[in-house]
Each structure stands twice: as C-alpha cells, then as structure tokens.
Design a binder for this molecule. Structure first.
Ligand code: ARG
Length: 563
C-alpha cells in the first residue's frame, strides 16, 4: 500500500526519485490523521513555493483513486486515508504468505558471523552467552533476508596460556580429576599455576617453552593441548544443545597458526612493520590509535596476528560481503586496530565489510545462582536454573499440560534469551529472575503465553483453515486494525534489525504484536456464531500466532503450543 501511494506521489511531483518519495513517507502519529503522510517541506526549497500549496497541488494532480477514501492537506503534510477494506485485504494477503518477513535482498551474498568463540580450558560464562545469543539471532535474521550465512566459532584455543596449563598439569594435575571435573579442574590448575609462578617466576619460562613446543609441532605438547580442547568442547556443546545452536566452522585461533607467517610478510612487504622494544608492531598513530602488536619480542604471534590471518582466510574462502564480530565492547580497540591494518594493506573493502558488533556487560545482581566453584558463573547453570524454575511454576499452575519438560525448556531458555535481546545490545543486561520469568510485562514468557493463547483459540474453533477468502469489511474495530497494522510491520522490522545489527528491534516487535493482540482479544469476541465474522476474526488470531512464532524464531526462541 505504501509503495502504491509512493508511486502516485512520484508520478505527480517533479524533482524526487521514487526512492526518495518512499524515504520521506511517514506513518502519522494518530489514526485520525490518516494511514500514510507525505511531508512537503523538502520540496518547498526546490520548488520555491509554500509547502501547503505544494501539498494542495499534488492532491489535485492525483485526483480520485480507487484504493484511497480521501487525501487531505494538513499544514505541510499530505495525509492519505486508505480505503479500509482494500487496506485490510492487502495486509492479510501479505501476512498470510508462508514467507512473510523474508526477502531475497541477500541472495547470492555471503555474510560471515564470528560469535560465541569461548576460550578453551575456561568456562563458558555469561559474557559468552551474550555473544552466542546475539550472533545466533543475527544469523537467523540474515538468513531470512536470503543471505548465505557462515557461522564461525573462533575458539580461543591457542596462546601462551596453554603452555601454563601444560606445566600445571604436569606438576600438580592428575588424569582422573581432569576426566571427572573437566573445565572446572583445568581452571583450578590455571589458578594454581599463577599462585606458584608468583613465588617461582621460572615457571613462566617453562610455560613459554611449552608453548614454543606447541608452535613447533611437538607431539606430546599437542596431545595434551588437544585433550584439553576436546574436554572443553564437550562442555560447550552441552550449552549449545540447550540453546539449539550450531556452527558451520569451529576454526579457532589454532587453525591460523601456520597462516600468520604470510600475514607478517605481507605487512613487512608493505613497509608497515616497525620495531618497538624488541616487538614488531604496526604504528597507527596517524589514526589516533595505539599500535597494533604483531609479534612479541620472542617472535611469537598474538591474538591480533591470528585475527589478521583469519580475515584473509575468510575473504578468500567465503568471499563475504560482510564479516561481523560479536564480542564485548572491551574489544573495540582490538578490532579497530586489526581492521585498520587490513585496510592499510590496500584492502579498501575493510572499511565497510568488517564490522565489530559490541555489546554491554551482564550484571547478576538479584539473581542468586548456585555456582560450581567460587564466583564463576556458567552459562549452562543459568539456563538450567531458568528451566527448573519454570518447571516449578508449571507444576504449580498447570501440571496437566503435555511435554512438561520440553515446555519448561522452551520457556526457561526463551526467558533468558529474551531478557538478553530485548534491550539494545550495547546496554548492560541485568539478571533478575522475578523480572525475566514473569508471564506479564516485556518478557519472553509473556510473548510465548500470547502465542499459546492463540494456539488454544485455534484448537477450539471448528473448520478453520487459513485463507485470504474472507470478508475483510467485517474487520472494523480499531483493535483489529491496529493488530493487523502491527503485524504488517514484520518485513520492515527484519530489515531494520539487519541494518542496525539489532535483534532488539525484533524482540520489541514481538512484544508490540503480543500487546496489540491482547487488546484485540479483550475487545472482540472471537469464537462467534456467525461463520463469516468468526472466520475473519480467527484469521487475525492465526496471523498473530504465525508472526509471533516467526519473530521469536529469529531470536532463537521456540514457542510451546500450551503453557
Ligand atoms: N575468544 C575471544 C574471547 O573470549 C573472542 C574471540 C572473538 N573473535 C575474534 N575473531 N577475535 O574474548
């Protein structure tokens, strides 16, 4: 409808492209101001006429149109009143389609998303939960827009810390304990190493020597390292399974260990490598940034060197149009430096194709969590606790629903995810069980509950099958029209979320649809006698259910049919 009106304006005005007209069009703040508005301020400059006069001229030029009830000039605006029935029909036709919200703007294009990426031998903590959830949602959003998305888990599985772990394991570890306690035991060994190294600094030299051995392909060193890595992956996998998340590539830092040499040569050949206190760096002073460290004084590569190698590898392997990095904002400088070095090596594409997607911190005030050791909070424990709390609520309120465990899992996990994704990602996330598990308010359970309510209504009506063959003139209540308008925003919402790298746009939309639905549900009886009216009203329930489901799927959240 909007593009139809945009076309009308475009044909009857000079000096604007169709795209510009589309961009200028607005949705009026109040329903009595029409369905769409076009401001004429901008034209006033070029046409040297008062905007009111321009509006009046356009109105005159457009004349009568079958799908418009009225066009009014209000101040500098042209307000369009769409014929309700045509409007309703158009919205229903769009929303009922299987692929509503999808598009093919990404067809033939590849986007790499680097997310989750925990550090091997360390626990999968709440910070990594954020990158995992946000990255997964971006993957779904871009896939919906037709992009080919490569999900990359850039594991932190290389670096001097593994030298330390090997030293600690050999000195104080035992196989049984590691087998038994996995990452928790490895973390203990790591802590122990630091305590002991404070007393006896020569341990640090030993650790460096072991890491050197790893870099030189020493069999024993690599065997222990691989074992630690496998143990860690098994634990991470449990969290990924809870979340229903998978990756296309687990090529982490170790994958690039034989690819950093080529990067260093490239930098050297471009005359960008300089020496500083024995280390090799790229000076970035001209760009107001600290230098990017490339090689340490002992000649070993670092995190940034491996990231540089990864960028060239990915560009070559996937030919991405974008490569996104979802990490905490404390890595802002790191990515700015790395991206700058790529650009300075003559790759102009780095400027808009490499994007850091930072997010805020997680605060756990108010959320008492059982911790396995010390104050370390495992993402897995948060998810399990949410599930068990929901299970209690179900046992208390609705013990007879089928698939209780499955339902509790969907709601518990959904609640944690929704709480994370509802606010702009750069904002800090706070964890308050009472808030995030609430079935009222802007929460996952509230949206899922609305979905389940739709499902329950649909189970009760006889002979309903979704179709566009309904009498649209029967949908007259403001609540019905508001709901339909809300649902219609979906394609734009998906697109906006992708442009801003913001799953919160989708989360907020899901709440808006749920709230509009609940207003509609309170205002209109749905299961009425009259066939035609019932059909029309139930169709809105069907569209709500379908749209909520699709929106939540974009956040990685599933909907239970009953709750
Ligand atoms: N392992 C890192 C961490 O836990 C995140 C890695 C992000 N990705 C990257 N290509 N640097 O902080």
């Amino acid at each position: 409808m909007k593009s139809k009106i945009a076309e009308l304006i475009f044909k009857n005005v000079e000096g604007l492209t169709l795209e510009e007209v589309n961009g200028l069009m607005e949705i009026p703040p109040k329903p009595d101001m029409g369905d769409f508005a076009f401001p004429c301020f901008r034209l006033a400059k070029t046409m040297r006429k008062a905007p009111q006069m321009i509006a009046a001229d356009i109105k005159e030029a457009i004349g009568q149109v079958d799908f418009l009830d009225d066009i009014q000039v209000q101040g500098a605006y042209l307000n369009f009143y769409v014929n309700k029935e045509t409007f309703v029909k158009a919205m229903i036709e769009a929303a009922i389609a299987e692929d509503f919200g999808s598009s093919d703007i990404g067809k033939g294009k590849t986007i790499c998303i680097d997310y989750s990426s925990p550090n091997v031998a360390k626990n999968f903590h709440v910070g990594h939960l954020r990158t995992t959830i946000i990255g997964n949602s971006l993957y779904k959003i871009y896939s919906k827009l037709g992009y080919n998305v490569v999900r990359i888990n850039h594991l932190g599985d290389w670096g001097t810390q593994f030298g330390k772990l090997i030293v600690a394991y050999k000195a104080w570890g035992n196989e049984e304990a590691v087998k038994q306690d996995g990452v928790a035991e490895l973390m203990k060994l790591y802590v122990k190493f630091h305590e002991e190294a404070d007393k006896d600094p020569s341990l640090n030299d030993e650790a460096r020597a072991w890491f050197s051995k790893m870099e030189n392909g020493d069999e024993e060193a690599l065997k222990i390292w691989q074992w630690f890595k496998n143990i860690s992956l098994i634990e991470y996998k449990r969290t990924y399974d809870l979340l229903g998340i998978d990756f296309d590539s687990y090529n982490g830092e170790s994958f690039y260990r034989d690819k950093t040499g080529a990067v260093v040569s490239k930098i050297q050949d471009a005359n960008l490598l300089t020496e500083s206190e024995g280390a090799k760096i790229v000076d970035l002073e001209a760009y107001d940034m600290a230098p990017c460290l490339i090689l340490k004084n002992d000649g070993s590569s670092i995190y940034a060197t491996r990231d540089l190698a990864a960028i060239f590898y990915r560009k070559e392997t996937y030919n991405f149009v974008k490569c996104l990095y979802v990490t905490g904002q404390e890595q802002k400088l790191h990515f700015a430096q790395v991206f700058k070095v790529v650009e300075l090596l003559g790759n102009d594409w780095a400027k808009d194709q490499l994007v850091h997607i930072p997010y805020g911190l997680v605060s756990l005030e108010g959320a008492k969590l059982s911790t396995r050791s010390g104050n370390i909070i495992y993402a897995e424990d948060i998810l399990l606790e949410a599930i068990s709390k929901i299970k209690e609520i179900i046992e208390e309120k609705n013990p007879n629903i089928p698939d209780k465990d499955e339902t509790a899992k969907k709601i518990g996990v959904g609640a944690v995810l929704f709480n994370d994704l509802y606010n702009q990602r750069i904002k800090d996330v706070s964890f308050k069980w009472e808030k995030l598990l609430n079935f009222d308010g802007e929460t996952g359970p509230y949206v899922q509950y609305t979905y389940a309510r739709c499902a329950s209504i649909l189970r009760k009506v006889a002979n309903f099958s979704p179709s566009t063959d309904i009498d649209c003139s029967l949908l007259t209540e403001v609540e019905a029209l508001d709901l339909l308008k809300e649902i219609s925003r979906f394609p734009k919402v998906v697109y906006d979320a992708s442009e801003k790298y913001e799953p919160s746009v989708v989360a907020r939309f899901a709440v808006d649809v749920a709230q509009s639905f609940n207003k509609y549900y309170n205002a209109c009886r749905i299961n009425v006698e009259d066939d035609a009216l019932r059909n029309a009203r139930v169709t809105l329930v069907h569209l709500t259910k379908k749209t909520i489901k699709d929106a939540l799927l974009l956040l990685g959240i599933q909907c239970p049919e009953q709750m």
